[in-house]
Design a binder for this molecule. Structure first.
Ligand SMILES: *Cc1c(COP(=O)(O)O)cnc(C)c1O
Length: 415
């Protein structure tokens, strides 16, 4: 069937049911998921199959392949055994029927939106989505006649009203969001999407990970991850995943076969290896971030802390009902101005200063100078980004060492 026709049919179909919960525990799936006992080499780990193309024994095998009688690899853009193992592991972790990997989180997001939308369609997004996602929708998709509406993630009536029946195809949000760690009620969004039928709900669950949150079980149609962050978890590889039902994800694989964006087998290996410890790492990220958020909340040098695990966070109740842990990201306002905040960042000795998140190394950034550096203070304020805002991706170092370091840096910066 032609690719465009397949997508058209899929977009008309009712939302597929989430797959049955797996019986194995998440840590077992992290270690074993997607990996076979026999891989042809008696290797305990998944081999890196480093090839761009695959040979056939003869023309009859070629026929069998192209006529669908046998399943085998053909060319690197259509599949690779290492990448397939990594896809199966991510699907096992997310509890989805299947998953497709891409060469970055943005590649997963842009491919999904390209593949599922056509001119005249409309997409609703929450206003604090990842900056490049917003940029892609507002600049690239808009050029192709795909309209968008951005809505406050805490205003469910506005989200409902933004949906135009017969035109709106997708509802896309993150949870938690970044940098304020807003948690959206996925069950409520799924109800809204289902009430309008024909609207599919996509959750970018990067900050939550499958350990803390399972959007498919809450009614989402697709879950997207930047595996660059927690799933691979070591700040050493870029990768993106889309998890969902076989027909939807297969359409995305077909699309990927055209536009590229395939994960390299070496990157897939790093993802496989990193993902094995996801459960262990998330335990530490969750515990440490909560302890650090509590420490910061009591500290006189800190104006305000944003962490969904704190009772003071506006979405604490939703977070408690929908998440198993509250994640490793903590945002906070240092008491003072842009310069005080910069002094604090520079005085921190353990965290690396830089963008990204979700790895074993703690990372810190002054959001105004990092993601929003080209804007003025006034323009940043309009987006809700204060000059003294800090975003901390809590790694898996000893919690007390991190707290001690933050304490001495706050003392030095605010003296
Ligand atoms: C980092 C991130 C992305 C983009 O992922 P890359 O792997 O950097 O391309 C998308 N969404 C969220 C929520 C992210 O944090």
């Amino acid at each position: 069937m032609m690719w465009a026709r397949k997508v058209a049919l899929l977009m008309k179909a009712d939302s597929p049911k989430p797959s049955k919960p797996k019986h194995l525990g998440l840590d077992t799936l992290a270690v074993r998921g997607g990996e076979r006992r026999q891989n042809g080499h008696d290797a305990v780990t998944v081999p890196i199959v480093c090839t761009a193309t695959y040979g056939f024994s003869g023309t009859s095998e070629m026929r069998d392949h192209f006529e669908g009688r046998i399943a085998r690899e053909e060319y690197g853009r259509y599949g690779n055994p290492t990448v397939r193992a990594a896809e199966a592991k991510v699907a096992a972790l997310e509890g989805s029927e299947t998953a497709a990997l891409f060469d970055s989180g943005m590649s997963a997001i842009t491919s999904t939106l390209w593949a599922m939308l056509k001119p005249g369609d409309h997409i609703v997004l929450t206003s604090d989505c990842y900056r490049r996602t917003r940029q892609f929708v507002k600049t690239v998709l808009a050029r192709y006649g795909i309209e968008s509406t951005f809505v406050d993630p805490s205003d469910y009536d506005a989200i409902d009203r933004a949906i135009v029946d017969g035109k709106t195809r997708l509802l896309l949000t993150e949870s938690p969001t970044n940098p304020y760690l807003h948690v959206v009620d996925v069950v409520r969004l799924a109800e809204i999407a289902q009430r309008h039928r024909r609207v599919k709900l996509i959750i970018d669950s990067t900050l939550a990970t499958p350990v803390n949150q399972r959007p498919l079980e809450l009614g989402a149609d697709l879950v997207i991850h930047s595996c660059t962050k927690y799933i691979a978890g070591h700040n050493d590889v870029l990768a993106g995943a889309v998890c969902g039902s076989e027909p939807l994800v297969q359409a995305l694989r077909d699309f990927r076969g055209m536009v590229g964006g395939v994960l390299d087998p070496h990157a897939a290996y790093l993802l496989l290896r990193g993902a094995k410890t996801l459960g262990l790492r998330m335990q530490r990220h969750n515990q440490s971030a909560l302890a650090i958020a509590r420490f910061l909340e009591r500290h006189p040098g800190v104006e305000r802390v944003y962490y969904p695990g704190l009772e003071s966070h506006p979405n604490h109740a939703v977070a408690r009902s929908q998440m198993k842990g509250f994640g490793g990201m903590v945002s906070f306002l240092v008491q003072g101005d842009l310069d005080t905040c910069s002094r604090f960042i520079d005085a921190c000795e353990l965290p690396s200063i830089g963008p990204s998140m979700g790895g074993v190394e703690t990372l810190i950034e002054q959001t105004a100078l990092m993601s929003f550096y080209e804007l003025t203070t006034e323009e940043r304020l309009q987006l809700g980004i204060r000059d003294n805002l800090v975003r901390l991706s809590v790694g898996i170092e000893d919690t007390q060492d991190l707290i001690d370091d933050l304490e001495q840096a706050l003392r030095r910066a605010t003296q």
